[in-house]
Design a protein around this ligand. Structure first.
Ligand code: C6P
Length: 428
């Protein structure tokens, strides 16, 4: 199947989904007697054969620890690992590969900023501004800092349609703001946040901007300069890479000024029994043996996405999301959450089915081979704002098709009738 994004010429944005699907053998799997329809990509994506082959190649041919040995395998592993910094730099338009810090995941990247930067540079009374649609990873570290240091935590509220209240944002970001910590794309609603505009506002008040790109980096073209980010956090496992690999990008001068996060091997220049000095950035922030094979295979995942072109990835998902929104809206009993305009959201569609708990929706869909997530999506404030405990969430990626959206719709219809929903009741 070939699809094109709305508003763009199909020749420029042709996207060969069938060819892509051949690289993902798991998509041929049967689940409960049906061909798998994998729509839980916001939780974690599948990996192509190229990434799995690279993991095997590393452990088979080049496995060694890095930065430690003079032997051939160690030098090879070091070169391959360091080479991925350049791939990540190019993927996010960063000025220098030395600004790329490898972590375990987005959560660790944000905590690194909270521990190393915020604990060093923020004082009681300084304000950190987040939003109501953040993932817990971008809420809890700031609450911990508030409780420990007396910083003031403020938030930009969400409007009924799942977008942020930008008027309140303008009133909230002010002279006391030291950090705006904000998601570029909500994992619970798909909302794409106008981070550039908010970053301008924050910078006008001398604040720094941390962007949670866990959902955005896999699905949207990212340029840290255009975004106006000072820190950017994301995870490899949501963008075709292995689990256990994350990225923190930060402006070089910030990394230079920040004290280390964890202490141990590799992050030091010298150690005596009484004191230590630090390695240069980014190594100062990578204590201990990292996920060497995972980082190297992440490089292959980035190559894969860059060959597809992130503009095309976005166009494909926007088209699919628009189709899913219109399809699900026709199912009696379905309420869609988040912006209804696919230009304002990524490939995440959260919905409720009247009279049926989202976990039951998830289980009935699973019995038909359709994998979605049901729950609060680690975004409980969004659920509190919507006044519901949980949603059902379908999320798309490069290998998903319109046929799979049709399978989702059919399974949701069957769920409604299985639970005895009477058509004709509320349709949002
Ligand atoms: N969201 C989801 O199903 P980690 O777990 O550290 O790789 O990513 C955390 C994270 C941070 N921010 C956003 C916006 C996210 O979506 C996530 C992960 C998954 O929605 C797992 S809860």
């Amino acid at each position: 199947m070939t699809t094109s994004g709305d508003g763009v010429g199909s020749s420029a944005y042709a996207f060969d989904v069938e060819r892509i699907r051949r690289d993902f053998p798991v998509l041929k799997r049967e689940v409960n007697g049906h061909t798998l329809v994998y729509l839980d990509n916001a939780a974690t994506s599948q990996r192509p054969v190229q990434v799995m082959a690279e993991i095997t190649r590393f452990y088979r041919d080049s496995n060694a620890n890095i930065h430690r040995g003079v032997h051939t395998l160690s030098v090879e592993a070091t070169d391959q690992y360091e080479g991925v910094r350049e791939k990540v730099r190019s993927f996010i338009g960063a000025p220098s590969a030395s600004e790329i810090v490898f972590t375990r995941n987005t959560t660790e990247s944000i905590n690194l900023v909270a521990h190393a930067w915020a604990r060093a540079f923020l004082e009681a009374g300084d304000e950190v501004v987040i939003s109501e649609i953040e993932h817990h990873s971008n809420i809890v570290p700031w609450q911990m800092l508030r409780d420990e240091r007396g910083i003031v935590l403020r938030h930009i509220p969400m409007l009924d349609d799942g977008t942020l209240d930008l008027d309140v944002a303008r009133a909230t970001i002010g002279p006391r703001t030291k950090l705006l910590a904000i998601t570029l794309m909500s994992n619970a609603l798909g909302t794409i946040v106008p981070v550039g505009e908010l970053a301008d506002l924050a910078h006008a008040h001398g604040a720094r901007v941390l962007v949670d790109a866990a959902q955005a980096a896999p699905h949207l073209p990212i340029d840290v300069g255009e975004l106006g980010a000072d820190f950017l956090a994301f995870s490899a496992h949501k963008m075709l890479g292995p689990t256990g690999v994350g990225v923190l990008w930060a402006r070089g001068e910030l990394l230079e000024a920040m004290p280390p996060f964890l202490g141990g091997g590799d992050m030091i220049a010298t150690v005596s029994l009484t004191e230590s000095t630090w390695n240069e950035v980014p190594h100062k922030f990578e204590a201990g043996t990292p996920n060497v094979g995972g980082v190297i295979a992440f490089g292959t995942a980035i190559d894969y996405l860059q060959a597809l072109d992130m503009e095309r990835v976005r166009a494909h998902e926007r088209e699919l999301t628009g189709y899913a929104l219109s399809t699900l809206a026709r199912v009696p009993g379905v309420t869609l959450h988040g912006p209804l305009d696919p230009n304002l959201r990524g490939g995440v569609v959260s919905f409720s089915l009247e009279g049926v708990h989202p976990h039951d929706v998830g289980q009935v869909l699973d019995s038909r081979g359709v994998a979605i997530r049901a729950g609060h999506h680690c975004a409980q404030p969004v659920m509190q704002r919507l006044g519901i405990p949980a949603t059902a969430r379908a999320s798309f990626y490069i290998y998903n098709t319109r046929d799979e959206v049709d399978a989702l719709e059919e399974a949701v219809r069957e769920t409604a009738s299985y639970f005895g929903f009477t058509p004709g009741a509320t349709v949002a």
